[in-house]
Ligand binder design. Structure first.
Ligand SMILES: C[S@@+](CC[C@H](N)C(=O)[O-])C[C@H]1O[C@@H](n2cnc3c(N)ncnc32)[C@H](O)[C@@H]1O
Length: 217
């Protein structure tokens, strides 16, 4: 089995992407609506990490038409689609790696990510979650909807397979590749707590699509 570089993977699939997420991944269609409902009414500034073509923003804009959005994504072709859909909105799109990008301090009322975090190690995620916590204003919320599992044995299996395939294909450690490594819900909650969030809970789940909310209180 070959794994593709992250950006190549999404560039090659951008045309059928929205259709696939909405109709073939259990819980996504409903998850976009649910996540949008959880974004607090008071939100003026929102950061979307791994915003892709903007499927979660489609729902968020239905509720909150006038928010100022910053979207970050590694894949330019995905951002191009988003720009076409929401050209009349207040959106800044940044084509960058969210691990390397400076997210600023106390800039956002809400940070969201949808199906963008299930490819990374615990260590990288904890560092990113700390940056997110710092980028949030007082009483800000981080809402993550992602592919999560319940059993540690499943998480261990995906991580060890990822390591094995990367070794076989001589992929450098710092290269982002598309291989799913979902974490357990318990580990997700623990990582967010380690990053400094005080209130963390799972709020919703359909299939493996799971929403966790984290607050700085
Ligand atoms: C499964 S898609 C989700 C897109 C969108 N949030 C949605 O639910 O439709 C994952 C997205 O995360 C982006 N991504 C993956 N790793 C990234 C990174 N390190 N920095 C920025 N974007 C990244 C990919 O380019 C892709 O567009």
């Amino acid at each position: 089995m070959e794994i593709e570089r992250m950006s190549d993977f999404f560039t090659a699939r951008v045309e059928g992407y929205d259709e696939h997420m909405l109709h073939s991944v259990e819980g996504c269609k409903e998850g976009y609506v649910k996540l949008a409902e959880l974004v607090p009414e008071r939100t003026n500034t929102l950061l979307d990490l791994g915003c892709g073509t903007g499927l979660e923003l489609d729902e968020i804009f239905k509720r909150l038409q006038h928010i100022k959005v910053t979207g970050v994504d590694l894949t330019e072709a995905m951002l191009y689609k988003l720009r076409q859909k929401h050209s009349n909105k207040d959106i800044e799109l940044i084509n960058a790696d969210f691990f390397k990008l400076d997210l600023g301090v106390e800039k956002y009322d809400a940070v969201v990510s949808f199906q963008a975090m299930h490819h990374f190690s615990h260590g990288d995620k904890i560092e990113l979650y700390s940056k997110i916590s710092r980028a949030l204003k007082n009483n800000g919320v981080y809402i993550e909807c992602d592919y999560m599992v319940t059993e540690q044995s499943d998480e261990d299996y995906f991580f060890s397979e990822n390591e094995r395939i990367r070794k076989e294909e001589n992929i450098p450690e710092d290269e982002f590749c598309h291989y799913d490594t979902p974490c357990t819900i318990d580990n997700q909650i623990e990582m967010l707590r380690k990053a400094g969030f005080t209130n963390v809970e799972m709020l919703w789940r359909m299939g493996n699509t799971t929403i966790v909310i984290a607050e700085n209180k």
